[in-house]
Design a protein around this ligand. Structure first.
Ligand code: NAP
Length: 152
């Protein structure tokens, strides 16, 4: 299952689905933010924690994997269209679940070198915080595809 619902209300919504989500992988692409007056993300709902971390705590029988939340939606399924190699971050407690999700990312066109497994689900709070750069990029450049890459 994929969570792509508004992040500020995802926790309550998915906690209600605890039974249905038992034993399943939950791919969480949502960012839990409060919006500015122009509707763009302005601040984090869970500073010092994160949505994925809270989802995993609320859904202990579900394997939450955070990914794809650090790019505009059009890049998620077309990473090869960017001029510079993009990065997709992956966070999750269960190694097998992350392996399954990484396989799905490959189907979407994500090359192995572009996939950055950061570690357990608590690492997702870092990628969720990256959302704070997004409104500034959108205001300056409009809705042009971009991802937040890791350059080496
Ligand atoms: N847009 C991006 O480029 C992007 C990139 C990375 C991450 N994200 C994250 O992905 C999530 C969705 O973003 P979005 O831009 O697609 O937002 P959106 O356009 O507002 O879409 C939200 C979706 O959630 C559904 N939804 C809203 N309330 C619901 C409820 N109570 N139960 C079930 N479904 C509900 C909506 O359904 P209806 O249409 O029927 O209302 C809609 O399909 C957000 O958390 C965002 O941070 C977005």
């Amino acid at each position: 299952m994929i969570n792509a619902t508004p992040g500020d209300s995802s926790l309550a919504r998915l906690t209600d689905l605890r039974t249905e989500l038992t034993g399943k992988i939950l791919i969480d692409v949502s960012n839990a933010t409060r919006d500015a007056d122009d509707g763009l993300p302005h601040d984090l709902c869970y500073p010092g924690s994160g949505l994925a971390e809270k989802l995993q705590a609320a859904l202990p029988d579900t394997h939450v994997v955070k990914t794809l939340n650090t790019m505009l939606f059009m890049v998620m399924t077309a990473p090869e269209t960017l001029a510079t190699p993009p990065t997709v971050h992956v966070s999750g407690d269960d190694e097998n679940a992350k392996k399954t999700v990484t396989g799905l990312l490959a189907v979407l066109g994500w090359q192995p070198a572009w996939v950055e497994d950061l570690g357990d689900i608590s690492t997702a709070r870092a990628t969720e915080a990256m959302i704070l750069v997004v409104p500034h990029i959108l205001r300056r450049h409009g809705l042009k595809p971009f991802a937040v890459p890791l350059s080496r």
